[in-house]
Design a protein around this ligand. Sequence first.
Ligand SMILES: [Cu+2]
Length: 160
Amino acid sequence: MKHLRVLLTVSAFAFGIFELTACTDGAPGSISGTGAGVMTIDVSLTAFAATTTTPGVSAGYSPAQLSVPVGTQIRFLNQDSFAHTASAVGGVTFPPSSPLTANALTPSASGRGFSGGGWSSGNLAAGAASPVFVADAPGTYLFGCFYHYGAPMRGSIVVH
Ligand SMILES: [Cu+2]
């Protein structure tokens, strides 16, 4: 009697594992992405209460102080029903009174860096997004709202 040997080949299948990344988009204090590698600073004087940061009391922007590596792209998104700006105020602590002029109402060119100073989102109507800025050099960049600087609507970006 002839023995037939049956070779059973078992193929092992490798299954890909998909990792879900936690997303905190929309929560107060969160950094929400646009899907294109651009970080968003949310702008709302009604949603983001005053909090103390290194340069002084901040309000109206979330996060109040964003810390990012060089090369990060950042934009501002107005989530209020009325207008704001995010405009460079310079210095290392917030000036007690607004140094901003009507120039703040004109948006800077998209893609410009913070390090040259004088940048601005321009007038952001309800729901509007600013041009995209680039965190081009290490430093701390202070900004405020042309309309509500005294609110105190102020924030900062630390680039490292
Ligand atoms: Cu404002």
